[in-house]
Design a protein around this ligand. Structure first.
Ligand code: I6G
Length: 676
């Protein structure tokens, strides 16, 4: 406990410590202490300040949410206007940009900085004597809005700069954004609360920053990257863009880790392609990259044209959102009968491919969008994610566009469509009478993570069901070569390959088989938990609902689904037939007591392993109770790095997460499997 005399010193020391650890965490991406220790320091500071409110200052890390709500935003005139960037959409345009730069500077060797163009909104931060005194939006570039109260709540924005080596007045510019995962979480929460969902992370960031009440902004997961110096009062700031960014980082500002120095046009284009490849895996949205002539003296020589610098350009990625027209609205029937509406679109090139269909998710989404045939819509396609309709352009709606009515009968089998739970999920009540459900359940059964029957694709399943050759999954094991060669586009060799693949699938694992059955809400990890808990199929089939609920992560709803599944006459028949076809799997030693050896541990796999595929590694880890995640965070316990590990290994190093090479991983697996 601090004596009264040294409270001010202790408070000051704690503020410096907390600010320093914020800097390690946000600016350097390299925390030095565990979260729990940080929390203790923060808590001690907060308690001391609560006991001595007269010692609270606005730049204390505890004071991010300062004053109460504002009544309006004040205007801010930018002393140095916040310019915009010229855009280039092709390599040719970038070539022209580079040519203009070399011609004006009369040199062929130009060094550039290259940075992602993060999809957020530009802000300016003003530090006076190292303390954040004002934050403003870009606005029209000349006049913005004072959003200091909100920007203060962004944890990666330092309230006070680190060290002592900063100019008396420092203006820094950058982009406020919302990371993709946080955006999804925010929208899930908004949906749960029945509140407005945001169209994309950029809108969510903009909406969050334009709040009069800083407590609302504080609850929104915003971040900021700095990308430029606005002004620095004193001399002595570095003379290249790259060094300026590094200097800003050393003062506690967060600078994007993808920032690079590159040489000439080839360097720019190589960076562009690398980043385009990484785009999907970056935790934030980017819509292109920005190249800037690195030397400030060269920037000064180039100057500006209208309101954009001649020394910088944004090289835009192919758009992920485009405008098109809805030609029809159909519904698709899935494996469990879920009826999903789909918009059939006038073909549009978006995110690098031509899109003709976009999911409309469910009946509620149709209501929300009020989408109609003939509407002009914004379609979004990000990476491999199914394209979706983001919004409807109301003022382009044709006069006679009729409100869409969700079907009351299944378009495939004519059975009633019923609604579940809160009425969001629509289901065809036809069960396996519905050929759409049958086709989907067969496709699921043969899929790679289930029975893994190579060569039995969608078109083939369609033919097999339509010709009555396969009515349920057990019929797959009765197919003959003659039946197969009779199908369209099925030569003798392909038929034999398929029969071999079917034969090979008889030898499987219990978790795969359980997953393949397509029991509602039994995914791979639940199937694995069931197999580990009971050890054999007979015990799972015979288990009561109470016994099923003993399995980790199985609650009453999933227990009910499993229980009901094994008691349906049709399912009992199919199972009996399947087992007659000599499907088999290794026996699993049931583990009913004690936690699994890797329970509570989170792994991330990266790079190529030589002893097994990533899927196998994942399955083995999961069978030991581990969680396998796709991205590295502070919560990751181990990163398994195979050959060519990529950025996840680098991130692990930065965060201090333990990385195992393949040899150490195999040793750990063997040891834990012995314990299991
Ligand atoms: O809008 C912008 C995004 C990113 C920028 C920018 C940037 O650098 C990475 N840089 C400048 C100089 C400007 N706008 C004006």
């Amino acid at each position: 406990m601090s004596s009264l005399d040294n409270v001010p010193q202790r408070i000051e020391a704690l503020r410096e410590l907390v600010s320093y650890h914020d800097y390690r965490y946000y600016a350097l991406d390299s925390p030095e202490i565990p979260d729990a220790e940080y929390d203790r320091l923060f808590q001690e500071l907060r308690s001391l300040e609560q006991a001595h409110p007269e010692l609270i200052t606005l730049d204390s890390p505890t004071q991010r949410v300062g004053a109460g709500p504002l009544s309006q935003f004040e205007k801010v005139v930018h002393e140095i206007p916040m310019l915009s960037l010229s855009n280039a959409f092709s390599e040719e345009e970038i070539g022209n940009f580079h040519r203009r730069v070399t011609e004006r500077l009369k040199t062929d060797t130009i060094e550039y900085t290259a940075e992602p163009k993060v999809d957020g909104l530009a802000v300016s931060l003003l530090y006076e004597d190292g303390v954040l005194t004002r934050a403003a939006t870009r606005g029209d570039g000349v006049t913005g809005e004072d959003v200091t109260h909100n920007v203060r709540t962004i944890p990666s924005v330092p309230l006070r700069l680190i060290g002592k080596d900063y100019p008396g007045v420092l203006e820094v510019r950058g982009e406020v954004f919302m990371p993709k995962a946080r955006f999804e979480e925010l929208n899930d929460n908004q949906r749960e609360k029945g509140e407005k969902v945001f169209v994309n992370p950029r809108n969510a960031a903009a909406g969050s920053l334009r709040q009069l009440d800083p407590r609302v902004t504080a609850a929104r997961p915003l971040e900021m990257f700095c990308y430029a110096l606005g002004r620095a009062q004193d001399e002595g700031f570095p003379d290249t863009q790259y060094e300026i960014l590094m200097k800003l980082r050393s003062l506690g500002m967060r600078v994007c880790a993808e920032t690079r120095k590159v040489d000439g046009l080839p360097g720019c284009l190589e960076y562009y392609h690398t980043l385009l490849g990484k785009r999907q895996n970056l935790p934030y949205e980017i819509d292109g990259v920005v190249y800037k002539v690195n030397k400030i003296s060269q920037q000064d020589a180039l100057g500006f044209i209208s309101r954009a610098p001649r020394w910088a350009v944004a090289h835009k990625f192919p758009a992920q959102e485009e405008l098109t027209v809805v030609e029809a609205i159909d519904v698709q029937v899935g494996r469990t009968g879920a009826v999903t509406p789909v918009a059939r679109l006038k073909p549009v090139y978006v995110g690098g491919v031509t899109v003709t269909n976009a999911t409309l998710h469910n009946r509620d989404e149709i209501e929300r969008l009020d989408i109609r045939v003939g509407d002009s819509v914004v379609v979004r396609r990000a990476g491999d994610v199914i394209p979706e309709v983001v919004s409807v352009v109301r003022d382009r709606r044709p006069h006679r566009a009729k409100k869409y009515k969700f079907p009351t009968r299944c378009p495939v089998c004519g059975s009633d469509v019923v609604y579940e739970g809160d009425g969001v999920i629509a289901r065809c009540s036809g069960g396996l009478f519905c050929s759409a459900q049958r086709k989907q359940s067969i496709q699921h059964f043969v899929s790679r993570r289930a029975m893994d029957i190579d060569g039995l694709g969608e078109k083939l399943v369609e033919q097999l069901v339509d010709r009555g050759l396969v009515n349920d999954v057990s019929d797959i094991y009765t197919l003959s070569k003659a039946q197969l060669t009779d199908l369209e586009r099925m030569a003798e060799k392909s038929a034999q390959n398929l029969l071999d693949a079917i034969d090979k699938s008889r030898r499987t694992t219990l978790p795969r088989f359980l997953f393949a059955l397509g029991i509602p809400q039994v995914g791979e990890s639940t199937a694995l938990a069931l197999a580990n808990h009971f050890g054999e199929l007979g015990a799972i089939r015979a288990a009561s609902k109470e016994e099923l609920e003993q399995v980790p992560d199985i609650g009453p709803v999933v227990a009910e689904n499993i229980y009901t599944f094994f008691r349906q006459t049709h399912n009992k028949d199919v199972l009996k037939k399947l087992l007659r076809h000599k499907l088999h799997w290794p026996v699993i030693k049931p583990r009913k007591v004690g936690p699994a050896p890797l329970a509570g541990k989170t792994f991330v796999l990266t790079g190529t392993l030589s002893a097994m595929t990533r899927d196998e590694a994942r399955a083995r880890l999961q069978s030991l109770g581990a969680k396998v995640s796709g991205s590295v965070s502070k919560k990751t316990d181990f990163v398994i790095a195979g050959e060519d590990p990529g950025s996840k290994a680098a991130k692990a190093e930065a965060l201090g997460v333990e990385t195992l090479d393949e040899a150490r991983f195999m040793k750990m697996l063997a040891k834990k499997e012995r314990q299991a």
